[in-house]
Design a protein around this ligand. Structure first.
Ligand code: AGP
Length: 607
């Protein structure tokens, strides 16, 4: 995720901006830049680490006490010097940094190009600089307001112009923005840790608000122009905790980021009627119609996401789909043909086994699609089609928000293929689209119930073994819940289809053994209840994940983790969240290093 910095005050802005960007490095980035004004606006930017930017600044310094800075996590356009922020209008009088996505940037680009605009980058962000300049008639705030009215999406933007020195104007539309209040100096940042060593007093900018920053402080208004009277908050966290957004661990922060991740991953890609727009998917409808089978390949959590995709493709599209572990597929001498689409899923896009399996399928004639979180990753370079998940950098080794985005990617892909193949009824597409758009709110609701997961964690923390069961999509979620628990709590765990329990594992169910059962698939509900009864009869302890309206489960379960009612097909997206929280809180209660579990690496780049 991009990082934003701004400064207005008596000191030289350059070093303050660079220092703040460094403190935002944990968000991940692939280029960095600053713009400082002293009558003229000077921009310096570079691909790669902040050290590259510092090299440029040491030979070509900037002076001035007002400036904006940015670390970029590429979404539109590769990580290059040209695509790095800040971006200016052609006159160089207006400069912008931006975090998030301008969904209608293509049409804005075309409109501006027809008015003579020439582009210096491939980014959606550059459009904003051109728009602000075009809309300017002597009032920067009014120009920014008009720009916002024209720009769809979830973003934050920060604007400065040499025509109105001493002022920075910023807007928040979903992407975070905070103002730090100093003594005759004011800071702007996308996150508190960037400036916590300068001040502990912050104004948090809310969605659809605009802020005018000067050295005297900040004036907050709604985008519509209504004044906002907001008291500053005083931060008491230490710097390390602040970096984690106030959470104790990155994993918990990332779990709580999931509603926003769903919003970002859907942004500009899904209309209300179920029409899907995928910018980096190059295949046409003829190809989509000709696909005879889908292979999905991945490892670990990404493989579990693939299991959900397999089921969606089969159920929604009636299209044969198979998910294979990449480390198995690469040595399985796979039979793949030209009418088969291979989808490789990888958060990092650098997992050695996934790369090898993807390459093999591609060499054998399959079209290759990458679902990945990292723009420009090796996997994305191999692929014919790419779905970037926009989860933002995931720091915790245990994957949560990237998994969530992988699920959303596959729903969108199914809708895209379904439209081309004519196999999804308009009503079904519309219901799925509505369900997906409502999902961020549903996830917020699940996250508000964290206390139940904590209670379940108390019940599980001393267990030697925990079993996870479910049927169909619930089984795929059981696998992910079990993996999460294993990797950070070090409690032995196994997941299996609920119907498999009685074929062997039931022998291990004795008094008090925890069994987590996922109960979202209504068509097999009664069948799963039978497995629950088998466990209860042996004294096992049932922790169930169930819909709010499920009253039956209370007769069987010791603890129920509730999720709001929704379409069974979408339920995995919500049902995984209580399991992530369960794993997190068990690990916390056991006192483990949650973000860096023993023996594990974030990206497995060796075989
Ligand atoms: C998940 O919590 C893991 N740490 C791990 O299973 C991971 O999902 C797997 O190694 C694949 O990584 P990738 O998505 O970057 O390819």
């Amino acid at each position: 995720m991009c990082g934003i910095m701004g400064y207005v005050g008596p000191q030289q802005a350059g070093p303050i901006l660079i220092d703040g960007l460094r403190r935002l490095e944990y968000r991940g980035y692939d280029s960095a830049g600053i713009a400082v004004t002293n009558g003229v606006i000077n921009v310096r930017k570079a691909r790669g680490k902040i050290a590259n930017l510092e090299d440029i600044l040491s030979s070509d310094p900037v002076t001035g006490s007002i400036g904006i800075g940015h670390t970029r996590w590429a979404t539109h356009g590769a990580p290059t010097d040209a695509n790095a922020h800040p971006h200016t209008d052609p006159t160089g009088e207006f400069v912008v940094v931006h975090n998030g996505i301008i969904e209608n940037y293509q049409s804005l680009r075309e409109e501006l190009a027809s008015q003579g605009a020439k582009w210096s980058s491939e980014t959606d962000s550059e459009v904003l600089a051109h728009l602000v300049a075009r809309e300017y008639d002597g009032d920067l705030v009014a120009a920014v307001r008009r720009t916002v009215a024209l720009s769809e999406g979830a973003y934050a933007m920060v604007v400065m112009t040499k025509r109105e020195p001493g002022k920075i104007v910023a807007v928040r539309k979903i992407s975070p923005l905070v103002v730090g209040l100093g003594d005759r100096e004011t800071f702007l940042a996308s996150d508190i840790p960037a400036v916590l060593h300068h001040t502990r007093d912050f104004i948090i900018i809310e969605d659809d608000e605009l802020v005018i920053v000067t050295e005297d402080g900040a004036q907050v208004e709604t985008i519509a122009g209504e004044p906002v009277d907001r008291d500053p908050i005083h931060i008491t966290w230490d710097a390390e905790r602040a970096e984690k957004g106030g959470y104790d661990h990155f994993m918990l922060k990332e779990i709580h980021e999931q509603p926003a991740v769903v919003t970002e991953t859907l942004a500009g890609r899904l209309d209300e009627d179920g029409t899907v727009w995928l910018e980096d998917v190059a295949f046409d409808d003829d190809y989509a119609r000709a696909i005879g089978r889908v292979w999905i390949t991945a490892c670990g959590t990404a493989y579990h996401a693939g299991l959900i995709g397999q089921e969606i493709f089969r159920r929604v599209l009636r299209l044969p789909a198979n998910v294979e572990y990449a480390h198995e597929l690469r040595y399985a001498d796979p039979i793949v043909s030209e009418d088969e689409l291979t989808i490789a899923i990888s958060q990092s896009g650098e997992t050695a086994d996934t790369l090898a399996a993807a390459r093999l399928a591609s060499e054998r004639g399959s079209r290759l699609m990458a679902i990945t979180n990292v723009v420009g990753s090796t996997l994305s370079r191999y692929a014919d089609d790419i779905f970037y998940t926009r989860a933002g950098p995931e720091i915790s080794v245990a994957s949560t928000k990237a998994y969530m985005a992988m699920l959303i990617a596959q729903y969108l892909l199914a809708l895209r293929l379904g439209a081309a193949r004519g196999t999804v009824e308009p009503k079904v597409a519309q219901d799925l689209a509505r369900g997906l758009h409502r999902m961020p709110g549903m996830l917020e609701e699940v996250l508000r119930r964290e206390e139940s997961a904590i209670a379940a964690a108390e019940a599980v923390k001393d267990a030697n073994d925990v079993y996870f069961i479910g049927r169909g999509l619930d089984f795929a979620i059981a696998l992910e819940g079990s993996l999460k628990l294993k990797e950070i709590s070090y409690v032995h765990s196994e997941a299996m289809p609920a119907g498999e329990l009685k074929h062997g594992t039931l022998a291990l169910i004795t008094e008090g053994v925890p069994v987590v059962v996922i109960m979202t698939q209504r068509s097999v509900y009664d069948k799963t209840i039978s497995a629950v009864q088998e466990v209860k009869a042996r004294g096992g302890r049932i922790i169930a994940v169930a819909y709010d309206t499920d009253t039956e489960i209370e007769h069987h379960a010791d603890i129920v983790l509730r999720i709001p009612d929704m379409d069974d097909l979408l339920a995995p997206v919500a049902a995984v969240v209580p399991l992530q929280l369960l794993a997190y809180h068990v690990a916390r209660l056991r006192g483990h290093d949650i973000d860096q579990p023993r023996n594990l690496a974030k990206s497995v780049t060796v075989e």
